[in-house]
Every structure is written in C-alpha cells, then in structure tokens.
Design a protein around this ligand. Structure first.
Ligand SMILES: Nc1ncnc2c1ncn2[C@@H]1O[C@H](COP(=O)(O)OP(=O)(O)O)[C@@H](O)[C@H]1O
Ligand SMILES: [Mg+2]
Length: 386
C-alpha cells in the first residue's frame, strides 16, 4: 500500500512530502520502505507571509493562509508522486499534518487548543486522493496535548530488536520518543524536550541582518563560546521544570523569546553574536540531555537516533553527543529513514491507522483520557459510476 505524508513544520522552511510503501496489514508485522521524499522550500514571500499571519494575522489573513497552504501541500503530494513514479490513483491515502499556527497545551483550569491550517479539501480536490487531516484535534478534545503524535508511528517504524532506542526529533521544537525492544510489553513514552532550532534560527537571522534563516552547518555557533551564566539562566525557564506529559511551541520558544533576549543581552560585534548563537545551541543540547537524565536514561537507552533539520547542524550534534556520552548519538538515516522525512512519514502512518480504525495517540505521551482514532477524512475523487 502506498501512502503520502505531508508536513509543514514550525521552522517554516517548506512542505515535506513522503511516499511510504507499506507491506502488511497490522502494525506488529509491517515492513516499510521510503519510496520518495521531497521538500518544496518556501520562498521569502511565503515564509514571511506565514510568519506574519501566525504572529499578528486577522481572520482574513488566516483564512487565506488556510487555502494557500492547501494548494502548497497539494503541490507537495503531486511532486512526491512524480518522484516515486506513481499515479495518484495508486496512492491509498494522504495524511496531512498541515501547519500549526497556534498551540496551547492544557493547564490545570483549562483545556488545550491547537490549530493546524492547510485545507484538506483542496489537497483531495487537486490529487483525487482521500485525505486524512486534523490529527491533533481529537487528542486535545480528549484532554490531551495533541502532541507529540509521532510516538506510535516511531514504535511501528523504528523499534529495535533487543535494543532500547530513543528517537530524538530536532525541528523548530524538539521531542523524544523512548522505544522498548520490539515485542516488549513496556510502554512507549514521549514528550517535548523544549526548543529545537527555532531559537537558533531566529538568532541567526538577527545576527546576519536577515541574510540567513538558520545557522548553516552550525558555523556561527562554532565560532563562539557558550556563556554558562546565561545558559543556566535560560534553563531556569518554567517549561523545563514541567513533568511530562508536556508540549511546547513557537508561542513559548519563538521569535519573541529571542527578541527579548537580544534586547537584554545587547550583543555587540561578531564575537558576542557568535557567543549568543553558541549559547542558544547549547540550550537545545543541554535541555535535551537534562530531560534524558531525569526521565529517559533511567529506563535504559542503548542508542539515540536524531531526526529533523537539527541533525544537520554539526555543532549541535557535537554538543549533544558530548552531553549524552557514552550512549551513541546517530542520525536516523542509519535506520533507512531520511532524517528530514521522519515527521511527514509519521503522518503517512497515522493516515494508515485511521483507515484501519486503530487508535494512534499514546495517552501516556499526550495526557489524553484514553486511546483515540485520530484525524478527519476528506474523500478523494468519486469512483466512476456504472
Ligand atoms: N545544513 C544545515 N545546517 C544547519 N542547520 C540546518 C541545516 N539544514 C537544516 N537545518 C536546520 O533545520 C531546520 C529545519 O528543520 P525541520 O526538521 O524541517 O523543522 P520543522 O519540522 O520545525 O520544520 C532549519 O530551520 C535549520 O535550523
Ligand atoms: Mg521543516
């Protein structure tokens, strides 16, 4: 069975589309192959349009963004079909995460709220393939965070034989999934560790006057020194003290966070900017490692696999490996999954779960009241009559 997964991440870097081929009819006996993966990068206009709508958009700009994202996600679906040399008719379903524009975790007195845009009807209309979308809503309605939603897919795709694995995603935000050995009765668990590269991205943009949108190959951070005093102060943020289940987003660790930090620290000259980049990169590495020490390593971890664009930042990867030694830190590519494709692949698998009527949230990870079937379905092209 061929499935497409679509994602537009918090980094606003573009649409990721994967074509995942599955063989098997149940999660415990499934083999998979990544047939194709494409990213359609957002140009400057799209990126700033999305960012503006998210930060200060009125109803009309959010409505327009919903429709536009539907078109861009549809482009991604058609492009990944072409890359895999498949016709849309050969695809069973599309799982579309869309673009998160707002995410509020539940608190003691108030339910959570989360909104992903990217009109599924448009994707179904352009491709003719049925689309399953809005995966987070049901978990949130059931009292959960609606995040992280990747752990079920991680367990199906990446659980090891006789090995305990941690799959660490570092996109705009960062989350971990702990996987017991395949076939074990131990529960999978997962939670957000905190910021991924969103803060580094925002600081890199400021440091270079907008020339860069991220710290390419981690070069800016590599030229600086970590300011330990500032790092400790940043680690005192209340999010890092929360017990899982917990989730976070750009509302907490985004551009406004970096704007306030820069106003306070007032970096002056290349050296001080480099130190700030190094410190923010270390904040990601240290907050991941601190979370592992408290909640993950006690369960035993034989190997760590990193996915997401953060895996392509060698400065960050080096800091992470140093923090977590002697546990080996590798890239998810070593398990046959392009580390940039993993999240989109998870939503392809969540579409499959929806079709089979399988609950695919992990209540221990999201805090939901129980297992739920995720997503809403937009039918594909009507079958020919007669
Ligand atoms: N060559 C690279 N060097 C350093 N960082 C990179 C590189 N390529 C990608 N990244 C980082 O990865 C981010 C995108 O990661 P991604 O997993 O797509 O996040 P999201 O899911 O939030 O969109 C970029 O914003 C950038 O910080
Ligand atoms: Mg992305």
């Amino acid at each position: 069975m061929n499935l497409i997964g679509l994602m537009s991440g918090t980094s606003l870097d573009g649409v990721d589309a994967v074509l995942l081929e599955l063989e098997g009819s149940e999660p415990a006996a499934l083999t998979w192959r990544l047939r194709a993966f494409v990213t359609i990068p957002y140009g400057e206009e799209r990126r700033s349009g999305i960012a503006q709508a998210i930060e200060s958009g009125d109803a009309s700009s959010l409505c327009r963004l919903h429709a536009d994202l539907g078109e861009w996600l549809a482009e991604g679906a058609l492009a990944v079909c072409a890359a895999a040399r498949l016709k849309p008719e050969e695809v069973a379903a599309i799982g579309s995460h869309g673009q998160t524009v707002w995410h509020e975790p539940p608190t003691a007195g108030r339910r959570g709220a989360t909104l992903q845009l990217g009109d599924p009807a448009t994707i179904a209309e352009r491709s003719g393939v049925r689309v399953i979308a809005d995966f987070r809503a049901r978990d949130v309605a059931a009292g959960g965070h609606g995040a992280p939603l990747v752990p079920w897919a991680d367990s199906v795709l990446f659980a090891g034989h006789g090995r305990r694995r941690a799959i660490q995603n570092i996109g705009g935000m960062a989350n971990v999934t702990w996987l017991p050995p395949r076939g074990s009765d131990l529960p999978v668990f997962a939670f957000d560790t905190g910021p991924g590269v969103a803060l580094v991205d925002a600081a890199a943009a400021r440091a270079t006057g907008g020339r860069m949108h991220y710290d390419e190959e981690g070069r800016l951070a590599a030229a600086g020194r970590v300011r330990e005093d500032l790092l400790l102060e940043l680690l005192a943020h209340p999010f890092f003290q929360l017990e899982p289940p917990r989730s976070t987003g750009r509302e907490t660790f985004g551009t406004p966070f970096v704007r306030r930090l820069i106003e306070r620290v007032a970096p002056n000259g290349e050296g001080q900017w480099a130190d700030l980049l190094a410190t923010l990169t270390a904040l990601t590495a240290r907050s991941v490692a601190d979370a592992y020490r408290r909640w993950v390593l006690p369960h035993g971890v034989d190997e760590i696999y990193v996915a997401g664009g953060g895996a392509r930042n060698p400065t960050l990867m080096g800091m992470l490996a140093a923090e977590l030694a002697p546990v080996p830190v590798r890239r998810l590519d070593e398990l046959g999954m392009d580390s940039d494709a993993r999240e989109a692949a998870a939503f392809a698998l969540l579409a499959w779960a929806h079709l089979l009527g399988l609950p695919a949230n992990v209540p221990a990870a999201t805090g939901a009241a129980g297992p739920r079937i995720l997503g809403s379905l937009s039918p594909g092209a009507a079958p020919p009559r007669g």
